[in-house]
Design a protein around this ligand. Structure first.
Ligand SMILES: [Fe+2]
Length: 383
């Protein structure tokens, strides 16, 4: 007997969520090779797969399972060791488990006697330390929150992005509801569970673009900053968490560790899904330093960010966001090269959340969308 998979049925408010699936009858500790094959296909087909009731899964199993999604991987955590630099915007959010350092502990509140960790105080990332503007304490106490940072899990320097991430929700805070406010001049808002993880599909992000932006995306390459998380460490985010505000706060080359030009990552804007062959718009907006359009660098960070925001903002509109309703024991596997995700929520001191996360940098570059892949989207002028 094999497992069954139920695609997410979007609510009226989430009419654009055409991805995500839930499995309730699979045990990841004893998964068979046949079921793994099926799970592999499912992750690339549905982008985000939630396996319920996995509270018993140990860190070794999470690591081994994550690795099986990319057998050629280079066995280095998705961020390498760079996230440990105390200035990096990643360092404050995660810490490796001593018993299995490829698996990261994250969450909120004090954790005791946890897989080799005697005691650690975890802090759920809050937009108040990353965004240019912030909700007031009163607003947060009344249940308002923001997306923290839309991203894929990737070092974006030297290492290639992990193909999948596994995110294991061991313990969730009490089930309060919150409202994400976008605060970017729109009245957009989204009702979510406290501490939800929000996902958007890169495939839909591409499909909903008007024709001229599809064509622009196809001919554009994305150049990421060297040591991006240090580079951006003093800059601040837009209120939607989708990219940074341009205030000239990025670190200068002399403020960064030495840069090896060959390690700078330049990727196409459109990536091909290796299972469905569909096109995904895949950009980590806050780490971008330049766009190369038709071979020509834009060379102006503010302009680059404005172009990106125009291309990416539609994809995070409320109707396109899958805000997962976590249950304790949910083991989520997502196609890290096919979706963006964001931490969400304003947790209080009394809230507790314990998660394990794992992803592994890949030996493979992302697969670019080719002329042939793009050909169905070419509009031929009529005579
Ligand atoms: Fe992440």
């Amino acid at each position: 007997m094999t497992f069954t998979l139920e695609p997410i049925i979007p609510t009226k408010e989430q009419s654009g969520v055409d991805f995500g699936a839930i499995i309730t009858d699979l045990d990841l500790e004893t998964i068979t090779p046949h079921d793994f094959e099926k799970l592999f296909e499912a992750v690339y087909t549905y982008q985000v797969v939630v396996v319920r009731n996995q509270g018993h899964v140990c860190p070794e199993t999470q690591y081994e399972l994550t690795k099986r999604f990319d057998p050629q991987n280079i066995d280095v955590y998705g961020h390498g060791a760079m996230h440990r630099s105390t200035e990096s915007v990643i360092a404050r959010d995660i810490s490796p488990l001593p018993a299995m350092p490829q698996v990261q502990l994250l969450g909120h509140g004090v954790v005791k006697d946890h897989y080799g960790i005697e005691e650690r105080k975890l802090t759920h990332p809050s937009h108040t330390v990353f965004h240019q503007t912030s909700l007031t304490k009163e607003e947060m106490d009344s249940g308002l929150t923001r997306f923290y940072r839309w991203h894929m899990d990737a070092a974006l320097y030297r290492l290639n992005p992990p193909k999948v991430t596994t995110l294991f929700g061991i313990k969730n805070p009490e089930s309060r509801r919150e409202t994400v406010v976008y605060g970017d001049g729109t009245n957009d808002k989204l009702e979510v569970q406290l501490g939800t993880t929000a996902f958007i599909s890169g495939q839909r992000a591409f499909e909903i673009l008007p024709q001229e932006l599809k064509e622009l995306a196809f001919k554009t390459q994305v150049k990421y900053a060297a040591h991006p998380y240090l580079w951006m460490s003093k800059a601040k985010s837009r209120p939607t968490g989708l990219g940074m505000v341009s205030e000239g706060k990025e670190l200068l080359p002399e403020q960064l560790p030495p840069v090896n030009e060959e390690d700078i990552k330049i990727y196409p804007m459109l990536w091909k899904n290796p299972v469905t062959n569909k096109i995904h718009l895949q950009v980590h907006p806050s780490a971008v330093q330049d766009l190369i359009i038709d071979g020509k660098p834009v060379g102006d960070l503010e302009k680059v960010r404005d172009i990106l925001y125009k291309i990416q903002r539609p994809s995070i509109s409320p109707e396109n966001v899958f805000a997962h309703e976590w249950q304790d024991g949910d083991f989520v596997i997502f196609h890290n090269r096919g979706v963006l995700h964001s931490v969400v929520g304003s947790l209080k001191d009394t809230d507790s959340r314990v998660f394990h996360q794992c992803n592994i940098a890949s030996a493979d570059e992302p697969i670019p969308a080719t002329e042939q892949d793009f050909s169905p989207y070419v509009v031929h002028a009529t005579a």
